[in-house]
Design a protein around this ligand. Structure first.
Ligand code: PAF
Length: 276
């Protein structure tokens, strides 16, 4: 695996990669969910590029930018073992040179749910993914379904701004007890970790109640009964998978989405309703 630590090095390497090129953007602290993206890219592409860049623009003041888990050497080893051809790890000032002031606004699709809780978050995500796509020029962009709203925002951006990449969304990888893999799971203490899988169980209860004809309010009550009392639920809802607009009933191509705090850690999860 080659390492590109500057934009000039990256340009020289990306120029000669055989196509199709698959690209996995990450913020490091890699787990099996990220490696599932690499495996899928490896199956579908001739060359695979991954990036590790903890993007300051998607963290608001007071969020966990400083304490976000970092393990560059561990990540590098995992990516090399998984068969990545180029690791792009740009320094901050390469991505955001002094005076950087341009941003991509995700618009309404990024305004609700995570966007309501973190108003500058999707602007930061869209800006960095937009810039990475411009630098890497992949044929396919691999994203994890765990961050469902992020997949909708990026798909929309790729369509609206006519990036020449196909977005591939890879199913969430879970622990045996149902907890979705996330770099932020590392923040959970033992009690929070034991309670956290109830977020997944509550989404299943919500989905099943809706599928049996319950109203959204009834389904919500059934889901709350399954959620561990330690959880502080921010939302549990159904949305259109493409627009992220709330729905009243289950239908094809929808997400059941949920976010809850376990202690200081905000966890997200979702279920994709591909077809009823
Ligand atoms: O999902 C993430 O890890 C990040 O939001 C991404 C897509 C790498 C952009 O920084």
């Amino acid at each position: 695996m080659q390492l590109a630590a500057t934009i000039a090095q990256a340009d020289a390497l990306f120029e000669i990669l055989p196509r199709p090129v698959g690209f996995i953007p990450t913020m490091g602290a890699l787990h099996d969910g990220h490696l599932a993206l690499v495996r899928r890219a490896r199956e579908e592409c001739v060359a695979v590029v991954a990036s590790v860049f903890v993007n300051p623009l998607q963290f608001a003041a007071g969020e966990d930018l400083e304490r976000y888990p970092r393990d560059f050497e561990g990540d590098r080893e995992k990516l090399a073992r998984a068969g990545v051809d180029v690791l792009f790890a740009p320094p901050n000032d390469a991505m955001y040179p002094p005076g950087f002031s341009t941003a991509i606004d995700a618009g309404a699709i990024g305004a609700g749910f995570e966007g309501a809780a973190r108003p500058t978050h999707f602007r930061g995500v869209a800006t960095v993914v937009g810039k990475l796509l411009h630098l890497v020029k992949p044929d396919r962009l691999y994203l994890g379904q765990k961050d469902a709203q992020q997949t909708a925002v990026v798909r929309r951006m790729v369509r609206d701004l006519a990036y020449d990449a196909r977005v591939v969304v890879v199913p969430t990888v879970r622990e045996a007890d149902g907890l979705a893999l996330s770099s932020r799971n590392a923040y959970l203490n033992l009690t929070e970790r034991a309670a956290a899988p109830s977020l997944h169980s509550s989404m299943l209860a919500f989905r099943d109640a809706l599928a049996q004809g319950a109203s959204k309010a009834q389904a919500y009550e059934r889901a709350k009964a399954v959620l561990d009392p330690l959880a502080h639920l921010h939302y549990l809802d159904i949305v259109d998978a493409q627009t992220f607009e709330p729905l009243e009933t289950l239908r094809d191509d929808a997400f059941v989405i949920a976010a809850a705090n376990f202690g200081a850690t905000r966890l997200l999860d979702n279920l994709w309703i591909e077809s009823l």
